[in-house]
Design a protein around this ligand. Structure first.
Ligand code: PHE
Length: 343
C-alpha cells in the first residue's frame, strides 16, 4: 500500500506540472478522491489490515487526501485569476492604441504652460529651502481679509473686487495671501514657504487682467530680515526664471498687510517695465495674528503674478489666451511638442 500511496503522489505532481485545464483538474480530483476514486478504495482496504498498520496508513491516507484537495483547489484558483487578469487586460485596452477610429489625429499630450512654470518655480524655491504649501480656493472673510489687517469697512477691500458667496462670509480667494495665515498656524520662525495657486477677481478683463489667474505667495521670517533681503531675493528669482540678467525697480505701494509696501517691476534688455510682484515687510498687526513677536522677528511677504511671468517669458500678448482652452495656443510651447506625456 505504501507504494500505491507514493504512486498517487507522483501522478498528482506530474498532472499538476502539465498545466491542466479546469476540466482536467476536476476529473483528476474525481479520479483520486471522488466517491469511486483511488483514495477511497485504499481507505476501504484498510479494514483488512492489522490495528497498528491500519492506524499508521490511515493517517497517511488522510494527509494525502488533504494534499490532493488543497493542491487542486490552488491550481483551480490560479486558473481563475489568470482568466480574470486576461479579462481586465482586455477591458482596459485603449482602442486608440490599436489604431482604431479613435486614434486618428491623436498627438502627444503635454502640460499647460502655467503648470510648467509653476513646477519650475517650485523647484527654484525648494532649492532655496522653501516649503511648498497649499490652501483652499473657497476662503472665508477671516483668512482673505481680516487676519491680513483688512477690516470690514476698510477701503482696501475695494482694491480687490470679490466673488462672494450668498452667505456673505465665504468667497473665492482674491489672493494667495490667505496662505500666509494658514501656513503660520502650525509653524514658528524662522520660516520660509511659498503658496502657489489660483485666485479670482470680479473684474473686467483686458490683455493684462483676467478674472482668474495664478499667484505665488512667499513668506520669509527670521531675525534681522530687511527690504535689502527682499530685493536681492526678487532679483535672483527673476534671473533664474529668465536665465539672463534683468533689471528691477521698486515703487511704493499699499497693501494693509505689509509696511512698507512695494511693487517690484522688472524689464529685460532695456524693454518695457512690467509689474511683477506686490511685496513688503510683514505688518506688525499681521505678525501678532500669526503669533510671532514683531520685536524679535521680521519678515517679508510677496505675491508673484505667475501669468505675467509667463507672458513676459514667451512674449504672449494677451493673458486671456492662457485660459482660452485653445489648443493652437498651448501647442506652441516647447515641451508640448517635444515628447510630452503620450496619452
Ligand atoms: N496679495 C497682494 C495682491 O494680491 C500681493 C501681496 C502679497 C502684497 C504679499 C504684499 C505682500 O495684490
Amino acid at each position: 500500500m505504501q507504494e500505491r500511496i507514493a504512486e498517487i503522489q507522483r501522478s498528482l505532481g506530474e498532472a499538476l506540472q502539465a498545466a491542466p485545464s479546469k476540466e482536467e483538474l476536476l476529473s483528476l480530483k474525481q479520479k483520486l478522491v471522488g466517491k469511486k476514486g483511488e483514495l477511497p478504495a485504499l481507505l476501504g482496504e484498510l479494514k483488512s489490515l492489522a490495528d497498528e498498520e491500519r492506524k499508521a496508513l490511515g493517517g497517511k491516507l488522510q494527509s494525502l487526501r488533504k494534499e490532493i484537495e488543497q493542491s487542486i483547489a490552488h491550481a483551480l484558483s490560479e486558473l481563475e485569476r489568470a482568466a480574470m487578469d486576461e479579462k481586465l487586460q482586455k477591458s482596459w485596452d485603449d482602442p486608440s492604441r490599436r489604431g482604431s477610429l479613435f486614434a486618428r489625429g491623436l498627438t502627444d499630450a503635454g502640460l499647460h504652460p502655467i503648470t510648467e512654470i509653476l513646477q519650475e518655480l517650485e523647484e527654484i524655491f525648494s532649492r532655496m529651502g522653501f516649503e511648498i504649501l497649499d490652501g483652499p480656493h473657497i476662503e472665508d472673510n477671516h483668512h482673505n481679509f481680516e487676519a491680513l489687517n483688512i477690516p470690514e469697512d476698510h477701503p482696501a477691500r475695494d482694491l480687490q473686487d470679490t466673488f462672494w458667496f450668498e452667505d456673505n462670509t465665504h468667497l473665492l480667494r482674491t489672493h494667495t495671501s490667505c496662505i500666509q495665515i494658514r501656513g503660520m498656524k502650525d509653524r514658528q520662525p524662522p520660516v520660509r514657504f511659498i503658496g502657489p495657486g489660483q485666485v479670482f477677481r470680479c473684474e473686467r478683463t483686458d490683455q493684462w487682467h483676467d478674472f482668474s489667474f495664478f499667484q505665488l505667495e512667499g513668506l520669509f521670517i527670521d531675525r534681522n530680515v530687511s527690504v535689502a533681503n527682499l530685493l536681492y531675493f526678487a532679483q535672483t528669482l527673476f534671473e533664474e526664471i529668465f536665465q539672463s540678467q534683468v533689471e528691477i525697480r521698486t515703487r511704493p505701494s499699499y497693501f494693509p498687510f505689509v509696511e512698507p509696501g512695494l511693487e517690484i517691476d522688472m524689464r529685460r534688455d532695456g524693454g518695457k517695465w512690467v509689474e511683477m510682484l506686490g511685496c513688503g515687510m510683514i505688518h506688525p498687526k499681521v505678525m501678532e495674528q500669526i503669533g510671532v513677536d514683531p520685536t524679535e522677528y521680521s519678515g517679508f511677504a510677496f505675491g508673484l503674478g505667475v501669468d505675467r511671468l509667463l507672458l513676459m517669458r514667451h512674449a504672449i500678448e494677451d493673458i486671456r489666451h492662457l485660459r482660452s482652452g485653445d489648443l493652437r495656443f498651448v501647442r506652441q510651447f516647447s515641451r508640448y511638442r517635444s515628447g510630452g506625456i503620450p496619452c
